[in-house]
Design a protein around this ligand. Structure first.
Ligand SMILES: Nc1ncnc2c1ncn2[C@@H]1O[C@H](COP(=O)(O)OP(=O)(O)OP(=O)(O)O)[C@@H](O)[C@H]1O
Ligand SMILES: [Mg+2]
Ligand SMILES: [Zn+2]
Length: 334
């Protein structure tokens, strides 16, 4: 089992946000993509910056790949690097800046983030065409760019995490501040994220502003944790447990990469699970991709508990970590 590197700032610096921290750990354990939605200043960017902390240290092969990427970008660091990249391109990023290109077919952000984290902060503010071009590499882990008859295929296996406000003013669905946006404006804002892109986020979470006691409380640096708030150590234990279970069943890939065949074997849906999915499908027309994604997350949740068996309770939990949005006539969140 690869050791965890404890790269970057500690998760314990974020106060409150128990559910978001847990989701961050689930994302790290399974390689799942996470979208955080919430009001300004609630800690979304802070949380995202802590994803590298929970990822396993890269193996030698990955270190070489990451170093090659830097070399091809003419940023050869002079030695093999052993830290996963954390790339947070600004939302004004150009097409070439994101996917790569230009006269030298230079790597873009999605390649510079290879084997590391790509963080898209303020997701709806990105240009639509820039976001849409990420869809394909997210599935294949590689990006093909071309210019003036030349073509290059570059590695682009990234761990995607994104954050956004729920509406233009940022306060929709949260207390105590009230949202000042019209339903139409909220809808239009949320619609900037296309259905197919949204579909690729396995975990979608509402983050609320931390309460005063959360912020000012004793923190969780010792055993006396604030009301069940998971410590970084506890999260890492869950992640390590998941790695052990995965290794035991001889699985080489992360759960996010499980094929349908592997899912049938390791995350079978029983009668109860089927009912759950049927109910959920009735509500929001889950896509085929969504259903497989839910099963992958369910598998990760079971792994984190150290269980071989992946049951309906894990599917239910996976559903609860997936803010529902596609079908609504009204924007998400109450
Ligand atoms: N849960 C928290 N625990 C500790 N500090 C916090 C928390 N939430 C916010 N802060 C403080 O507020 C600052 C802003 O947080 P952050 O940038 O993560 O908010 P955000 O949700 O990304 O906001 P925006 O929607 O404006 O981007 C942090 O740098 C930190 O000082
Ligand atoms: Mg932010
Ligand atoms: Zn608003």
């Amino acid at each position: 089992m690869p050791p965890h590197h404890l790269q970057g700032p500690s998760v314990d610096e974020v106060r409150g946000q128990a559910l978001a921290k847990f989701a961050l750990a689930v994302a790290a354990a399974g390689g799942h993509r996470l979208l955080l939605v919430g009001p300004p200043g609630s800690g979304k960017s802070m949380l995202a910056a802590r994803l590298p902390r929970l990822l396993p240290a890269p193996d030698l092969h990955q270190c070489i790949q990451m170093t090659n990427v830097l070399a091809s970008a003419k940023r050869w660091p002079g030695q093999i690097i052993n830290q996963r990249p954390f790339r947070a391109p600004h939302h004004t990023a150009s097409f070439a800046g994101m996917v790569g290109g230009g006269p030298t077919l230079a790597p873009g952000e999605i390649t510079l983030a290879h084997q590391g984290v790509l963080f898209l902060d303020e997701l709806p503010e990105f240009r639509r065409e820039v976001l849409e071009c990420l869809r394909q590499p997210l599935e294949t882990g590689a990006i093909t760019i071309s210019r003036a008859g030349r073509q290059a295929t570059l590695p682009a296996r990234v761990h995607l995490i994104a954050a956004m406000n729920p509406c233009p003013c940022g306060h929709f669905g949260s207390t105590p501040k009230r949202c000042r946006c019209s339903p139409h404006a909220i809808r239009r804002y949320q619609d900037r994220i296309s259905g197919p892109l949204l579909d690729r986020f396995d975990l979608r979470l509402q983050v609320n502003s931390p309460t005063l006691p959360d912020l000012l409380g004793p923190g969780n640096n010792d055993a006396s944790t604030v009301q069940g708030e998971p410590t970084e150590q506890a999260l890492l234990r869950g992640i390590e447990r998941s790695e052990a279970v995965r290794e035991q069943r001889g699985q080489k890939v992360r759960n996010v990469d499980l094929t349908s065949q592997a899912l049938d074997r390791w995350a079978p849906v029983g009668t109860k699970g089927l009912k759950l999915l049927q109910n959920a499908t009735g509500r929001s027309a889950l896509s085929g991709r969504s259903i497989q994604s839910l099963r992958r997350v369910a598998r990760t949740l079971a792994d984190m508990e150290g269980l071989d068996h992946c049951g309906p309770e894990h599917l239910a939990q996976a559903l609860s970590l997936r803010l529902d949005w596609a079908e609504q006539d009204r924007p998400v969140m109450p």
